[in-house]
Design a protein around this ligand. Structure first.
Ligand SMILES: [Zn+2]
Ligand SMILES: [Zn+2]
Length: 420
């Protein structure tokens, strides 16, 4: 059995003050992507060599960290050891009489399995064992949620990469790189997460990048689709034949690439053989008449064959596409970008597309440099977040590598997401 130190958890009263010491005071770089909110705890990882310090701040008086600080004061909370086989490790410990808090491993963040050992068996230290998942957790979850009479299934078409600076517009790199780690070509990882809505009919909103692009494209955009949309449809018990309606937020390649596929003869044809494809008319006009500034985002093979096959329905204005599913123009990202509201039995969920592509884009000024009309994005985002906070709407983040959906909260002007 081999165990490697993964991280050391430190309970702190004030996360920002702790960061001022552990990050700024010690000059350490933060490359962990995000704040994690679960169990009423806000966490921040500060890498030190191959391990990290995890600074943990309670967000509620009844959280485990709050109770710990009340009893012991702030300080060392736990150490986490990474093992290859957590079940074998627990079995061995148990056979030697160790007191286990978790007799069975349970799911932790990012697809890991975790289990805690009681401090009384570990010489006064709370020990967490962790087995990281063998499949990469990023961009890969299929998550089903019931919303009244609707079933919502978040799928994935893998990851791709875009320039980090372009993804965050006017936000300086020292700020955005703490939320999204750039690679050596300054690109950050983004997911493509189409959403299936099952109600009167079976609809898919956007369809990822698809499989028509060549090696050069895949290199520029760091495409890693495996296992791809068909595999995640399959995981959800669906096939392309089950889809009645394909709805586009807009026609950029990372949303509409999967609308079509190349058949054995090399001809591009609709990917979902029974589906009608619903596109906003203004977006269709823009996509079929691109200009110098937006041309790179539009690839005619993704949508022109739909018109040729007679499966295209152009819609004007905000309207209901199927019972419980309504489109709403946000503009901003481009003139006719639309988001999708889903509502049933008084509960609502929003698929916001490129209005708020990742959870890192929640602060108002964190707006993509790609956006053609950033001031419109700002207005649409403010209005949307206000509404989502008020009504506790579930929000789907199409490009977030780790968080497919969650509930937004705001605390002293800072926004957080509690993942679904
Ligand atoms: Zn876009
Ligand atoms: Zn996009």
């Amino acid at each position: 059995m081999k165990a490697v130190l993964d991280h050391v958890g430190i309970a702190v009263r004030d996360l920002d003050a702790a960061l001022a010491f552990y990050r700024d005071g010690l000059g350490l770089e933060i490359d962990a992507p995000e704040d994690v909110i679960s169990q009423r705890v806000r966490a921040r990882f500060v890498p030190v060599g191959s391990a990290s310090l995890e600074l943990l701040e309670a967000t509620a008086a009844d959280s485990p960290i709050a109770r710990y600080i009340e009893k012991h004061g702030p300080g060392l909370h736990h150490i986490t050891l990474r093992v290859d086989d957590i079940t074998a490790a627990l079995t061995l410990l148990k056979s030697r009489g160790a007191r286990l808090i978790d007799e069975q491993p349970r799911p932790g963040a990012e697809g890991a399995l975790i289990a805690f050992i009681h401090p009384s068996s570990a010489h006064g230290v709370l020990v967490e064992l962790k087995q990281t998942s063998r499949v990469p957790a990023a961009c890969s979850s299929v998550i089903t949620h019931t919303l009244g009479d609707l079933e919502l299934i978040s799928l994935h078409d893998g990851c791709f990469r875009l320039d980090g600076g372009s993804m965050f517009g006017v936000v300086p790199k020292p700020l955005w790189s703490a939320k999204a780690v750039p690679d050596d070509r300054n690109r950050i990882r983004l997911a493509m997460r189409p959403l299936v809505v099952r109600g009167d009919k079976t609809m898919i909103i956007d369809a990822g990048l698809g499989d028509k692009e060549d090696a050069k494209f895949s290199d520029i955009y760091g495409v890693d689709r495996a296992p791809g949309l068909d595999a995640s449809l399959d995981e959800a018990g669906l096939s392309p034949e089950d889809i009645d309606i394909v709805l586009a937020t807009h026609l950029h390649f990372d949303h509409a690439g999967g609308f079509t596929t190349r058949d054995a003869s090399g001809r591009v044809r609709p990917r979902f053989p029974r589906a009608r494809y619903v596109v906003r008319r203004g977006e269709w006009d823009d996509a079929t008449h691109p200009h110098e500034r937006n041309r790179a985002s539009y690839r005619p093979d993704n949508y022109v064959p739909l018109a040729e096959a007679g499966v295209l329905d152009l819609v004007d204005g905000d309207q209901t596409i199927m019972p419980g599913v309504r489109v709403h123009r946000t503009g901003g990202h481009n003139m006719h970008h639309q988001m999708v509201w889903m509502e049933s039995a008084g509960r609502r969920a929003a698929f916001v597309g490129d209005l708020i592509p990742t959870t890192a884009h929640l602060p108002d000024p964190w707006i993509m440099g790609f956006d053609l009309y950033p001031m419109d994005t700002l207005a649409a985002k403010k209005a949307f977040v206000h509404e989502a906070l008020e009504r506790r709407d579930l929000v789907y983040f199409e490009h977030d590598p780790f968080v497919a959906a969650g509930y937004i909260s705001e605390d002293n002007g800072k926004r957080h997401v509690t993942p679904l």
